[in-house]
Design a protein. Structure first.
Length: 568
């Protein structure tokens, strides 16, 4: 253990935050994930960023600065050295005489002071700041991945946008011929796209109405209106977006689909999936942001409890069988599947996936983009996979009987198959397969685990408040007498500068149903989804709602959010 990290961990041990025996494993885990110790501790909810800052201030006697009260635009640009900021996760704040003050979240980060001092020939002093606020400030000022990011935030600097895969040079020529007239539109669209990326939006909606034009972002699963530009610009907005996606700008009567590649910097680009739809007052355009660099494939970040995590890992370790993940669109199924694939992705394992679209790019996995127009369907790709000596196969979605039958045969012949369906619960997934026409015996013998999931908004740790609810109501909601008697502390959202309406980020809520002998027998006997669900509950399955109650009990989300996403 290096000395600075050792000093910080000793401080946390003295404060009672961690146990002495945890030090080595925490340091090793942060090293394996290539993260600083402070970032690792906070991201894994071992300690809050504000609590860590207060402890460090007491232990090390370094002044604590609230970055919210500091105007970032006042930082002298000459000190915004992206390489140094990336290397040390530290931000120069201001100078006073011959002293440069450096904002750090880790009080043991001595090398940051030395490097900044050597680079600018100045004496340096540390100022302690909240880690999350430091991350936000650095993100606003400079992206550590590339020096060009700061330039890309300039409206005029993001003209370097690569367009989709359709080979139609005429559209590009049209865009160039209108570039002078549409320059303000180009800049405005670019700014909206950048704002969406900055704010962590998953979707953008451009919507025309009779007397209004509305732009909305979907952030943490909720749509927010962000702009209402003049309605007379409706056609120009849709035309610009269609040009960027290489769609037919003359076709306004039929829906179209395309892609945009948004190049933010030399080493960072984001794919946008574009869908246009003719409406009464013009074309609505929806863009889905596919940012594989932002996806965390760490199983610890999914939100499993210990039992669910072990069940998922145990099933992934089996040489054959089928794992099905189910839930509505936007419930995190892709991330759950890719987290499993990432665990299996070794040099000894041949993994092939069929997807529509490919949302996350993983080196070492053979990913196939489905193209129905060219005749490449899920079923066709799956047949080809089975001739490619696979160990693990992932099918983006089982949509029809043909795909289901091939996937089940693969699972029965020594392959591990992962896929998704759109059903509301684990038990309904089995009946959906039966309704497709898959024989009950094949379902019972091939499926090994079904995982239904939802994404609930995570309460902001900076502003959440305790929410007192009478014990009688807690019992009605589903908490047990033992839990209520032991004491339950629930929280509600408030809202602050760190979050959106009291929420920041999302956490998974899961219902995991392994295929047991009794459930297999029930399927063979023609049992319905209600009977299957009751059997699974009797065997210890935690329902989606019950899993949500547990997330609320430990303070990760609110009861209102649990009710919203589980439809109770």
């Amino acid at each position: 253990m290096n000395a600075p990290a050792n000093g910080l961990l000793l401080s946390l041990i003295r404060a009672g935050i961690i146990q002495e025996g945890q030090s080595a494993s925490l340091l090793e885990s942060s090293h394996n994930e290539k993260k600083g110790l402070v970032s690792y501790l906070i991201e894994n909810d071992i300690i809050s960023s504000s609590q860590l800052a207060e402890i460090c201030e007491q232990e090390y006697g370094i002044p604590l600065l609230d970055l919210d009260a500091f105007e970032l635009t006042e930082i002298p640009p000459k000190y915004l050295n992206a390489k140094l900021i990336e290397k040390h996760h530290a931000l120069p704040i201001y100078t006073q005489g011959n002293t440069l003050f450096i904002a750090v979240s880790d009080p043991t980060n001595i090398t940051a002071l030395e490097d900044f001092g050597f680079t600018y020939s100045l004496h340096t002093e540390a100022l302690l700041v909240d880690e999350r606020k430091l991350q936000y400030a650095i993100h606003r000022l400079v992206d550590p991945t590339d020096d060009d990011f700061a330039k890309s935030m300039n409206d005029e600097a993001i003209g370097d946008i690569e367009v989709g895969d359709v080979d139609d040079a005429r559209l590009q020529e049209t865009a160039e011929s209108n570039s002078d007239d549409d320059a303000p539109i180009v800049k405005y669209i670019n700014k909206v796209l950048l704002d969406a990326v900055r704010k962590g939006a998953s979707d953008l909606h451009f919507e025309p109405y009779e007397k209004k034009y509305r732009i909305r972002f979907r952030i943490d699963g909720i749509l927010y209106e962000v702009a209402t530009p003049p309605v007379n610009l409706s056609s120009r907005f849709s035309a610009r977006l269609k040009v960027m996606a290489r769609l037919d700008i003359a076709e306004r009567r039929l829906p179209q689909d395309g892609r945009i590649k948004l190049k933010l910097a030399k080493n960072r680009s984001i794919d946008l999936r574009v869908s246009t739809l003719p409406t009464m007052w013009g074309e609505k355009v929806v863009l889905r942001i596919l940012d594989s660099s932002a996806a965390s494939l760490n199983i610890e970040m999914l939100g499993f409890d210990d039992k669910q995590k072990q069940l998922y890992l145990t099933t992934l370790a089996k040489p054959q069988g089928m794992i099905l993940v189910t839930g509505p669109t936007g419930s995190g199924k892709t991330v759950s599947l890719y987290t499993g694939l990432n665990i299996l992705n070794t040099s000894e394992c041949n993994i092939s996936t069929a997807e529509d679209p490919i949302e996350i790019n993983l080196t070492g996995i053979n990913q196939v983009q489905i193209n129905p127009k060219a005749g490449l369907t899920f079923a066709g790709a799956l047949r080809s996979f089975l001739r490619q000596d696979p160990d693990v196969v992932m099918v983006g979605e089982i949509r029809d009987l043909e795909t289901a039958e091939i996937a089940i045969k693969a699972a029965q012949t020594g392959h591990l198959v992962l896929s998704t369906l759109h059903t509301n619960s684990s038990a309904e997934t089995l009946t959906r397969l039966l309704n497709m026409g898959v024989p009950a015996f094949n379902v019972a013998s091939s499926v090994t685990l079904i995982m239904a999931q939802r994404l609930a908004r995570r309460l902001c740790p900076h502003c959440k408040q305790e929410h007192h609810i009478p014990n009688a109501e807690l019992l009605e909601m589903g908490y047990t007498h033992n839990e209520v008697n032991a004491g339950i502390t629930l929280y509600k959202p408030v809202g602050c500068s760190e979050c959106s309406n009291g929420y920041k980020g999302r956490v998974g809520i899961y219902e995991m149903m392994p295929m047991s002998e009794s459930i297999a027998n029930l399927i063979m006997e023609g049992g319905n989804s209600l009977q299957i669900a009751q059997m699974a509950i009797n065997e210890g399955m935690m329902t989606l709602y019950r899993s949500g109650l547990e997330k609320a009990r430990i303070g990760l989300t609110s009861l209102a959010e649990v009710n919203r996403v589980t439809c109770i």
